[in-house]
Design a protein around this ligand. Structure first.
Ligand code: NAD
Ligand code: GLY
Length: 359
């Protein structure tokens, strides 16, 4: 198996990547000091496809497995469903040694991690991400959350998993649009950290779009390595981790303004990355050639790069002003200096932001 490690002292953990490896998870868990009871948290779609392989492997190794289903969709990543999982764990007689497995995309990963951090003041959990976005981003780094009607991801904790177990074969059942949405985050890693990786993505577009397993393992591994390095240096986002939010200041504004119904996360981030790169160009940090390359690669991977005219630009700016990275009402952003190098937490004027959005 390919592996990489998130170095966080006693909270360090491995990210293992392979294809067709779900049936080996039970054996791997024998290495951890976990009790017999394990709950698999997932949704009906993913459960139908992949639960049985994991349950059989747990049973084979002598674990008692329990299945907890959450309805499908972002709207169920909320306090009510977190409470539902907690209730189930109490009914099943779970204790401090019991363990959770999050099987699914970022929605399942975030709510399961959140519950794991709360149950009996914190228990072990394993991430088994099945979307590209979850495999390269949300399953790594320990940000857990549920949504509140007044804001997305507003209630959450930092709680690291004990293991991230990635089976690239699960991506074969993923709808194209979801796959491409995950690619936006993969491309983001090239822009924020690794120019060579960006070039690899440019050159291997067809293999990636054909979901060639070998190439997928390579790009997922590199993405996880970059995220691990960033998280290991700055777990709580005091400075460097903000780099992972490139494209998110404008992207989140577009998601919120469309009530999370028009764009998948990666699609909104793709548009955000283009406009934040435009801003970098206006400010004189990014040259035209790299700006055009950023736009081109996103377009070539079938991602949106324009903010449609239906958006009220003043509303977009208003939402960017609410971003968590801002300090004392001043807009802070991470913007590219070149492909592979970023300026972190740069103070941006409303005027420059308006120019970038207007162009
Ligand atoms: P998702 O979890 O909603 O999954 C997308 C869809 O794909 C769902 O309908 C799901 O049922 C389906 N699906 C999952 N795996 C499948 C498979 N292998 N085959 C077929 N269908 C499959 O979406 P997502 O993009 O994975 O995650 C988005 C969530 O992640 C958001 O809630 C976001 O806030 C969160 N997130 C968290 C972090 C973090 O650091 N914690 C980072 C980025 C995003
Ligand atoms: N997805 C951003 C982060 O984990 O910090």
């Amino acid at each position: 198996m390919d592996k990489t490690r998130v170095e966080l002292g006693e909270r360090s953990y491995e990210i293992l990547i392979d294809s067709d490896c779900l049936h080996l998870l039970g054996e791997r868990l024998l290495r951890f000091s976990v009790g017999k009871k394990i709950a698999l948290v997932t949704n009906p779609t993913v459960s139908e496809l992949y639960s049985q392989r994991i349950i059989s492997s747990l049973t084979k190794e002598g674990f008692e497995s329990y299945l907890i289903l959450i309805p499908e969709g972002e709207i169920y990543k909320d306090y009510f469903w977190a409470y539902h999982i907690l209730t189930k764990l109490l009914e099943f007689g779970f204790d401090r040694k019991s363990c959770l497995i999050a099987l699914g995309g970022g929605v399942i990963g975030d709510i399961t991690g959140f519950v794991a951090s709360l149950f009996m003041r914190g228990i072990n959990y394993v991430q088994v991400p099945t979307t590209l976005l979850a495999q390269v981003d949300s399953s790594v780094g320990g940000k857990t959350a549920v949504n509140h009607p007044l804001g997305k991801n507003m209630i959450g904790t930092f709680w690291q998993p004990s293991l991230v177990w990635i089976d690239v074969a699960t991506l074969e059942s993923l709808p194209d649009r979801e796959f491409l949405s995950g690619m936006a985050e993969v491309i983001k890693y090239g822009i924020i950290w690794d120019r060579e990786f960006f070039e690899f993505l440019e050159k291997n577009r067809n293999k990636i779009l054909n979901r060639d397993r070998e190439v997928l393992i390579k790009i997922i591994k590199r993405s996880c390595e970059i995220k691990s390095e960033v998280v290991s240096k700055d777990e709580r986002e005091s400075f460097l981790r903000a780099i992972l939010n490139y494209g998110h200041s404008i992207g989140h504004a577009l998601e919120t303004l469309t009530n999370y119904s028009a764009y998948l996360h990666g699609e909104a981030i793709s548009i955000g990355m283009v406009y934040e790169a435009k801003l970098a160009q206006i400010l004189g940090f990014l040259d035209k050639e790299d700006f055009e390359r950023i736009k081109r690669i996103l377009k070539d991977f079938g991602l949106p790069i324009h903010m449609p005219a239906i958006f009220d630009k003043a509303e977009v700016i208003k939402h960017v002003l609410l971003d968590k990275k801002n300090i004392q009402g001043k807009i802070r952003m991470v913007i590219p200096e070149s492909v592979g190098k970023m300026k972190i937490n740069l103070e941006i004027s409303e005027e420059d932001l308006r120019r970038a959005i207007d162009e």
